[in-house]
Design a protein around this ligand. Structure first.
Ligand code: G3I
Ligand code: 9MR
Ligand code: ZN
Length: 518
């Protein structure tokens, strides 16, 4: 019985290594798989109660095992899956997380093995107004990535994804060369989503509702509808395009021009209310009534690139906020300012931004100390909790970068971030590796239309993960009602609230692996 939880993909020799074992036993062995010999024997920790999984466990520290090889943990009443210790334990995982974006391409003939398909969603989209009525205008907005398990394309999550991929490229010790090409596919589409006359950016494009779960994308051929311009989409767009202008020198003018036109729209429209799906539209909403963090991010990116006072003055009068997930984007602004404002940076503002970011990281770090799986969600597991796991790890790593590894206190943020990765790869209450195609118990049945249509999961996709708010998801509710939050997950195609996949969940984990050099 595999009742001992470890990272199913394994460990690097010098990394800390902790398994979670049931409370009934104290002694554990590390056994070498090739000859069944015990190579390490020790006592696990005192038993501890884990609030998120409502179970009592012990922590088995086997960091002392550093010899390359294949192992498993054993106790008198069970064992773990086999796992390796070597210099590249994750193999092609990181590459596969990036390759995933290829499978999400819209508007092109896709050559992707059994998931290949003809070009989808190529017809021009009808612009609609806030009442859901067609305005008479049509626009070509083909291209970009399908957001997730559905075929909608939405600007807000696209901006998060682009930012995380570009930051992974910028801050990794060994960046993947393909990142810029991969990301350009989305940027090109985003540029088409801008309204030429006003500079505002349409919030999203999709059909009016979701199509059946077993349908390949080219089969979805209802009318495409372009939802109204929103403040969050426009500000996110301004930020992402200004940021991108630093990475694509030959496209700099075009990107910066688009960013400035979007910014000017934001200036002219300070009080536009947040986006809501117009009547009759049922696809992903990405509703967010507060565009202040998106505007802040945009101003920081524009200042980083242009050094213009207009943006600096704006930033100086705004609240500094934190966030890396689509509804709260402040941290991207902070990072742009801290890394790229150069000698134009204001000393006080720099300090304020550092304080805000560092205290957010400290809170995350404190939470890890009280969680026996070593992660930072406490008991709050919501839709896309695995993105929160990735984003919290990313926050720790951004502070690691900004502070050059010298923290205010002697805390190891890299190690804490790595525990988040171990959690995603199997060291969790369900013994579940949350990435398709990887681990001894991979996620196999994603709520992802092409995977459902073909009957086989596209590899390298990060599942949304446990969601303690099960209502509305019939299969999740039936399976997990009453269970503690860390266990509210079902590897079932129908569970969109726990087992969908999304571009911005992959980009989050991709950043973490890239930064850590895997
Ligand atoms: O804000 C409330 C909070 O006050 C409350 O405590 C909590 C618990 O119920 O819910 C919070 O709202 C949640 C919201 O996300 C913000 O976290 C909603 O319940 C929850 O249903 C909502 O989930 C979003 C989901 O769409 C449904 O709208 C996810 O964040 C978002 O990632 C997801 O995105 C979808 C797109 O719409 C369509 N494409 C797929 C994509 C991924 O599943
Ligand atoms: O399949 C849809 C998924 O991609 C979305 O993230 C989710 C958001 O609400 O909705 C899913 O669609 C379901 C719809 O909301 C309710 N009827 C069943 C649909 C398919 O499971
Ligand atoms: Zn498509």
């Amino acid at each position: 019985m595999e009742n001992i939880k470890i990272d199913q993909l394994g460990y690097r020799p010098s990394d800390p290594k902790k398994a979670i074992i049931p409370q009934e036993v104290t002694e554990f062995d590390v056994v070498s798989v090739s000859d069944n010999k015990v190579v390490f024997k020790a006592n696990a920790s005192e038993s501890v109660f884990c609030e998120a999984s409502k179970e009592t466990v012990r922590i088995a520290d086997f960091s002392a095992v550093t010899t390359l090889g294949e192992y498993r943990i054993e106790t008198s009443n069970g064992s773990s899956f086999n796992f390796p210790i070597n210099d590249k334990p994750y193999g092609s995982l990181r590459k596969s997380l990036l390759d995933f974006f290829h499978y999400q391409k819209c508007g092109v003939d896709l050559d992707a093995g059994v998931w290949s398909h003809p070009a989808c969603h190529t017809s021009p989209a009808f612009v609609i107004d806030a009442n859901g009525k067609k305005t008479g205008e049509k626009k070509d907005v083909s291209g970009g990535w399908h957001d997730a398990g559905d075929y909608g394309r939405y600007i807000v999550p696209a901006a998060q994804t682009v930012a995380q991929l570009l930051l992974a490229y910028e801050l990794s010790p060994n960046p993947d060369n393909e990142v810029l090409d991969v990301t350009w596919f989305e940027i090109e589409w985003m540029l088409k989503m801008q309204d030429d006359s006003t500079g505002g950016v349409y919030h999203k494009v999709s059909c009016k509702g979701f199509n059946p779960l077993n349908e390949m994308p080219e089969k979805e051929n209802g009318e495409l509808l372009l939802c109204p311009v929103s403040a969050t989409a426009t500000a996110d767009f301004a930020a992402a395009m200004a940021m991108a202008s630093r990475f694509y020198p030959e496209k700099k003018d075009k990107l910066l021009d688009a960013a400035i036109r979007a910014w000017n729209w934001c200036v002219k429209n300070p009080d536009v209310p947040g986006f809501k799906n117009p009547p009759g539209i049922e696809t992903g909403e990405y509703g967010d009534h507060d565009s202040s963090d998106e505007r802040f991010w945009a101003a920081c990116e524009l200042f980083a690139v242009t050094g213009d006072d207009e943006y600096h003055n704006y930033i100086k009068t705004r609240e500094i906020s934190i966030g890396l997930g689509w509804s709260k984007m402040g941290t991207y602004g902070i990072i742009a300012y801290l890394l790229h404002a150069g000698n134009k940076a204001d000393v006080n503002l720099t300090q304020k931004m550092k304080d805000t970011l560092f205290s957010a990281a400290e809170k995350i770090f404190e939470k890890c100390k009280t969680d026996h799986y070593g992660i930072s969600l406490g008991t709050y597991y919501r839709w896309g909790s695995n993105m929160d796991v990735g984003n919290n790890a990313m926050t720790l790593l951004l502070v690691d970068h900004i502070s050059n590894g010298h923290f205010p206190k002697n805390e190891n943020y890299r190690e804490a971030a790595l525990e988040h990765v171990h959690y995603l790869l199997g060291k969790n209450a369900l013994n579940q590796c949350y990435v398709s195609g990887f681990g001894s118990k991979p996620m196999r049945n994603p709520h992802h239309r092409p995977s459902v249509a073909v009957g086989k999961a596209v590899p390298g996709m990060v599942s949304g993960g446990p969601n303690g708010h099960t209502r509305g998801d019939v299969i999740l509710h039936k399976t997990c009602e009453g269970l503690p939050p860390m266990k509210c997950f079902v590897d079932h195609i129908e569970s969109c609230a726990s087992n969908e996949i999304a571009i911005y969940w992959n980009s989050s984990v991709y950043f973490v692996l890239s930064y850590l050099g895997f």
